[in-house]
Design a protein around this ligand. Structure first.
Ligand code: XMP
Length: 519
């Protein structure tokens, strides 16, 4: 990496990724590494500074995350956060103790000594604390720079360029925290704000071009943001030598198969092989009602279809004297971090498609152009690549598609009913200008029939659920308080326009305890 880099060592805090995001917002590249990483790996990145994250442990726990104490002697500027402060205190000769009163949540901090870390800040800070231990004795050379009514809030050894705060500057609940991080990264580490989308795009294209040379690559497109941005970046590097495979799995939204193809070919100029496998998927799904079984069928069928198509492309290229040697995947940074976290792989790495069935002599090598990026950064890159808003700002859509929104058996008739209802929800949410404000908004088809009346006719038809949620990241979500007139319009349109549905209900369950999807 030819750009300024800050290394964040992860001691297991739930906020570690936030530190990386804040730093990237200053256009400075930052990497999260598990605290147990070898010193050589840190040095290989040639970082301008180190940040030690928070963590759930006490430095005295027998299984406390163990970083090599030599990180403290590299001569780099260091900022310790929460557990990071305690780690520094402990390993530099101070004393960490269990605090008489633990501090969780909001706290007021008074800055008692000038420090460049706090340059430009007011003398009292409102901060977010979350710790049980505190620094009872400071290591030699360190001075107390800020305190709460109860305890140490910040310490510094300006000569050794070491700073540490007991609170969390990376969370939104510490309003001046961004300034603290900015002071550290830009002033104290001297990082240059050069990691811009333009820089990322140019360097990625150049790297892929060099990696792939005159080779060929394939890519599975889902129509979503990640795979599309990955494909566009790679196609900018190698043009038509990238072939994208887009599969109709029978549970896409209304007209999605044709509209995605059109966008990918006409607007993005991608070389797309579209495979209509709807019948094949629906045949496998016949009679299946268990949610996990549906997911597994769709996953394994996708791999089978993808492999078939990849083999065809591979054979065609080979007979033309060319070789497909690369597979493009839209892996994002959170997947990479999670798979190497301090706790070991907490999640199995999400692979968009397992290529287990491909011919052994294909030996595809991976290109993952987005593996350094967070989702919002991918969107920013997509926008800068000139990709249309309908792709960049799309709400998430699950891989198993409408299958996990059709409770009970998935049949072509029930898919068609849900597609119609879902299209109405999407159109109305869009017309109300809420599409981007909501994390997701969609319809769910229940295996529940109820009695109704239309005209003079008694009806007995299915129930549809409207689900609309607000969320930052999909991990937690609130049901959205949609305006009554919008609810009324959606409900009356669905009941009058969609044959097979005579009742619409609104899901007012947050996550947790609910999930966003119904299966
Ligand atoms: P839940 O329902 O667990 O969903 O609250 C959280 C987010 O993940 C999406 N989701 C999936 N995405 N494959 C995917 O690619 C899946 O199997 C899957 N299940 C849920 C969901 O749409 C929401 O954004």
């Amino acid at each position: 990496m030819d750009t300024s880099t800050i290394v964040i060592l992860d001691f297991g805090s739930q906020y570690t990724q936030l530190i990386a995001r804040r730093i990237r917002e200053f256009n400075v590249f930052s990497v999260v590494l598990p605290c147990t990483v070898a010193l050589a790996r840190i040095q290989a990145l040639n970082p301008l500074g180190l940040i030690l994250s928070g963590g759930p442990s006490s430095v005295y726990d027998p299984d406390a995350p163990a970083a090599d104490p030599a990180i403290l002697t590299l001569g780099l500027p260091i900022l310790g956060i929460c557990y990071g402060l305690q780690f520094m205190t402990h390993h530099l000769g101070g004393k960490v103790e269990s605090a008489a009163s633990r501090e969780y949540g909001h706290a007021e901090v008074e800055i008692i000594r000038d420090s460049p870390l706090f340059r430009g800040l007011s003398s009292t800070l409102s901060v977010w604390m979350s710790h049980g231990d505190h620094a009872a004795e400071l290591p030699s050379g360190f001075k107390l720079t800020a305190q709460t009514a109860n305890a140490t809030a910040a310490i510094a050894d300006e000569a050794r360029r070491m700073w540490a705060v007991q609170f969390h500057p990376e969370v939104a609940h510490t309003p001046q925290g961004t300034e603290i991080l900015r002071n550290f990264v830009l002033d104290l580490c001297g990082a240059k704000p050069e990691w811009t989308p333009e820089h990322f795009i140019q360097s990625t294209i150049a790297r892929v071009r060099e990696q792939v040379g005159t080779g060929h690559a394939i890519c599975g497109l889902s129509g979503g943001v990640d795979s599309s941005v990955a494909a566009v970046l790679v196609s900018k590097a190698i043009g038509d030598r990238l072939t994208c495979i887009f599969v109709d799995n029978g549970v896409l939204r209304k007209e999605e198969f044709t509209s995605v193809q059109r966008t990918m070919r006409e607007q993005l100029g991608l070389n797309v092989v579209a495979v209509d496998s709807a019948a094949r998927f629906l045949a496998k799904l016949a009679g299946v009602t268990d949610p996990e079984a549906k997911r597994k069928i769709i996953g394994s069928e996708f791999i089978a279809v993808f492999d078939d198509e990849a083999k065809k492309i591979f054979e065609a290229e080979r007979s033309a004297g060319e070789e497909v040697a690369w597979l493009v995947q839209g892996t994002l940074y959170p997947d990479v971090i999670e798979s190497s976290s301090v706790h070991g792989p907490s999640h199995t790495i999400k692979s968009h498609h397992n290529v287990g069935g491909l011919p052994a002599d294909m030996k595809l090598k991976l290109i993952e152009p987005l593996r350094d990026l967070f989702k919002d950064e991918v969107r920013r890159i997509g926008r800068d690549l000139g990709m249309p808003a309908e792709i960049i700002d799309r709400q998430p859509f699950p891989g198993p598609g409408l299958a996990v929104r059709i409770l009970g058996e998935v049949t072509s008739e029930r898919v068609a009913i849900l597609q119609e209802a879902d299209a109405i929800v999407t159109a109305e949410i869009y017309a109300a200008g809420l599409e981007r404000k909501l994390w997701q908004s969609f319809a769910v088809l229940l295996p529940v029939k109820s009695v109704g009346v239309m005209g003079d006719q008694r009806t007995y038809a299915s129930t549809c659920v409207l689900r609309a949620v607000e969320s930052e990241d999909g991990m937690t979500a609130d049901w959205a308080p949609l305006p009554y007139d919008l609810l009324r319009r959606i409900s009356s349109r669905i009941v009058s326009e969609v044959r097979g549905i005579n009742r619409v209900v609104y899901d007012i369950t947050s996550k947790p305890p609910g999930t966003i999807e119904w299966e």
